[in-house]
Design a protein around this ligand. Structure first.
Ligand code: C2E
Ligand code: MG
Ligand code: MG
Ligand code: MG
Length: 285
């Protein structure tokens, strides 16, 4: 029938578009029930000191084990949660879950929680943070909030004001995926970020001796040093990537080389006396 109508190209695309919309609708339906069905969980990925290679913090990373769709990747459901504003209740849950878990770690260890623009621009966000800290008893200085540059594209004034409120509580703020979005140096001047996270794409490029990647990491590290900000190299997978980011002066390292995102039980084990003892004596973990 499409051919008869003479609009072959137009009609040919329709089933694919329809399937996509239908898949999305089903995923959204399932996501609405994910919280109450306990299908969401948080995994934790260690961030280590470039100097001592000890664990400084863990990044909380959301996971969805859907009864209908199996394990769904955050790259797929986080944007959907943002579009539907489901990220507000989900994000509140992640915050509480991560703060509660962090109270079981040594007192110097921070937890970093990712926050979307939708959350940050929500008028209740700061009180959500306050109550997560109050309910769990986690000191504010142990909570880091990770934001990406994209939050400043929408309503930079509100985003900044909320971040300042959060910092006023004693939390720290990290700038995630630095260099991949709309990078303006203006907000680096106006907000006291504690950490700039250098995106994995630059780490990979640097290890492949890509001159642009090398130049960008050098510039970010130099800028961070003069601003008194630490730098985390994201997505370090190999020894050569580790060597290059250390040589370039990144202060913290995150990536599969030191540990994948892991269930809370496994993260806790990294602090167990036996594990620490094994590491000290140079045995493989
Ligand atoms: P992100 O905040 O940049 O998190 C780092 C991502 O890189 C994680 O992907 C992590 O698993 C992955 N990663 C870490 N080390 C390596 C490595 O060595 N190699 C490679 N190839 N990848 C590595 P994940 O867990 O799939 O999360 C993807 C994104 O979803 C996050 O990027 C973040 O933007 C978002 N996200 C995750 N959890 C939450 C959450 O609770 N709330 C919000 N709003 N967003 C979240
Ligand atoms: Mg992050
Ligand atoms: Mg990141
Ligand atoms: Mg990234």
């Amino acid at each position: 029938r499409a051919k008869d109508a003479g609009g072959g190209t137009h009609f040919n695309y329709e089933p694919a578009l329809h399937a996509h919309a239908e898949e999305r609708r089903q995923l959204e339906f399932a996501l609405r029930r994910a919280l109450e069905r306990n299908e969401l969980l948080v995994h934790y990925q260690p961030v280590v000191s470039a100097d001592t290679e000890t664990v400084l913090s863990f990044e909380a990373l959301l996971r969805w084990n859907s009864s209908e769709h199996g394990l769904v990747n955050p790259a797929k459901f986080v944007p959907l949660a943002e579009d539907t504003r489901l990220i507000l209740p989900i994000g509140e849950w992640v915050l509480r879950e991560a703060c509660a878990e962090a109270t079981r770690w040594p007192d110097h260890t921070k937890v970093a929680v990712n926050v979307s623009g939708e959350q940050l621009l929500d008028p209740h966000f700061a009180s959500t943070v306050v109550s997560a800290l109050a309910m769990t008893g986690l000191p504010a200085r142990r909570l880091e909030i990770e934001v990406t540059e994209s939050i400043f594209l929408r309503d930079a004034t509100t985003a900044r004001a909320t971040l300042e409120q959060i910092m006023g509580l004693g939390c720290s703020i990290a700038l995630d995926d630095f260099g991949t979005g709309y990078s303006s140096l203006d907000y680096l001047r106006k907000l006291r970020f504690s950490t700039i996270k250098v995106d994995r794409s630059f780490v990979q490029g640097a290890a492949q001796k890509n001159p642009e990647s090398l130049a960008i990491i050098r510039a970010v590290v130099a800028m961070a040093e003069s601003l008194g900000v630490t730098t985390t190299a994201e997505g370090v997978e190999t020894e050569s990537e580790l060597d290059i980011v250390k040589a370039l002066g990144c202060t913290k390292i995150q990536g599969f080389y030191f540990g994948r995102p892991m269930p809370p039980e496994d993260a806790r084990l990294l602090f167990s006396p036996r594990f620490v003892e094994r590491r000290r004596s140079g045995e493989a973990a």
